[in-house]
Unconditional design. Structure first.
Length: 123
């Protein structure tokens, strides 16, 4: 997905850029496309990064709520010295892949039942 090897995934990653999240996103991505200023025609030539967003299908234990996956996030700027402190700039790639079933955890949350208005996981 990112062109990175496992050895290149540094420990200084953001909370959504874990190896496990990366594995889920790479294995389950069903849609990935460009978003942001590049799509809307508001990018400034020579200064913009490229933003991509995707949707993935999670493994069964994530879908039924036994494990949690919200999103995978990776920014090529993190690969430069300075890591997470780096902001994306010209030529950088920013990728965010979201889970397909964000509401599935509601069904397995304690005290929640299908059809209970206002029931949220973790409550």
């Amino acid at each position: 997905m990112t062109g990175m090897t496992d050895a290149e995934v540094k420990p200084q990653v953001g909370k959504h850029a874990t190896r496990e999240n990366r594995r889920i996103a790479e294995a389950g991505t069903i849609l990935r496309c460009q978003v942001g200023s590049g799509v809307h025609g508001t990018s400034i030539s020579g200064t913009d990064d490229r933003d991509e967003m995707g949707i993935c299908l999670e493994p069964p234990d994530y879908v039924i709520g036994l494990r949690r996956f919200d999103q995978y996030e990776w920014h090529s700027a993190w690969e430069r010295p300075g890591g997470l402190a780096n902001r994306s700039g010209h030529g950088d790639l920013d990728v965010t892949v979201y889970c397909h079933h964000p509401g599935s955890r509601v069904l397995t949350a304690p005290g929640c039942h299908v059809g209970t208005p206002g029931c949220r996981a973790g409550r």
